[in-house]
Each structure stands twice: as structure tokens, then as C-alpha cells.
Design a protein around this ligand. Structure first.
Ligand SMILES: [Zn+2]
Length: 144
């Protein structure tokens, strides 16, 4: 199996998974993210306790890339502190903008590193980055 096939499989699995697509009953922060150029619209919900993300979810619609990216992000940030989540979002953004390309440096992103190849598809970069931008804003909002 080619590496690209594995990536495609991970993206497909996440974009169709409903595990992270639900409403949080007691969300501390709820924030909308949009990518008008593609029509992706998600609502990110975080349950934060003592500066830690205890639970996270999203609802909304979008293309496979945006949904997969949101789902991978939620898997990754659950249980993390707000500052950890923020630096992961910064790392993801640096990856998608090709500012960081070294696979070792991208290890903290776990499965989300599978979206690295999207950086070669300029039209889809915004789809992949949108959930992470939403997360950054949500973290800033809840820190205020
Ligand atoms: Zn999209």
C-alpha cells in the first residue's frame, strides 16, 4: 500500500466518522468557523475545566477535507491544556503553509499530520486550516 493511500484512508475515515460530530451538552465555548470559498461551515464546541479541554465536538457541514481535519483535531486536543491546543493549532498552520516540513517536527500532530499533502493543493488549504483557526480563536476567547 502506498503512503498516499494510507493518508486517503485516514482522511476518508475521519470525514465520515460521527464520533466527534455531536453537540456538547455543557460546552464552555462554542464558536463558528467558516470557509466561504468552499462552503465549509462548522460549529466547534469545547468543554473547558481549569484550563484543560475535557471534551470537544463539532457540528456542521463541509467537504471531506474540512470534516476530516476537524475530526482529527478534536481527537488530538481532548485532554490537552489550552496552551497545548494553541501550539498544536500553530504547528498545524505552519505545516499547511509549508513553513514546517520535517516529519519529526510534525509528530505532535499525530494523525492530523496526514493532511500535510494538502499543502500541495492551494484550493484545499483553507478547508484543512479552518477548524484549527477556529480552535485558536476559541482558545483566545476562553483565555480572555
Ligand atoms: Zn472545503
Amino acid at each position: 500500500m502506498e503512503l498516499n493511500d494510507i493518508y486517503t484512508e485516514i482522511i476518508t475515515e475521519h470525514s465520515t466518522s460521527t464520533r466527534n460530530r455531536r453537540h456538547l451538552e455543557q460546552a464552555s465555548v462554542s464558536l463558528a468557523g467558516k470557509n466561504p470559498s468552499c462552503g465549509d461551515e462548522i460549529e466547534l464546541e469545547l468543554l473547558i475545566d481549569h484550563g484543560r479541554i475535557m471534551d470537544a465536538s463539532f457540528t456542521g457541514t463541509g467537504c471531506a477535507i474540512s470534516l476530516a481535519s476537524a475530526s482529527m483535531m478534536i481527537d488530538l486536543i481532548k485532554g490537552k491544556s489550552l496552551s497545548e491546543a494553541k501550539s498544536l493549532a500553530e504547528l498545524f498552520t505552519a505545516m499547511i503553509q509549508r513553513k514546517i516540513t520535517n516529519d519529526q517536527d510534525l509528530e505532535p500532530l499525530e494523525e492530523a499530520a496526514a493532511l500535510k499533502s494538502i499543502s500541495n493543493l492551494p484550493a484545499r488549504v483553507k478547508c484543512a486550516a479552518m477548524p484549527w483557526h477556529t480552535l485558536e480563536t476559541a482558545v483566545e476567547t476562553s483565555n480572555a
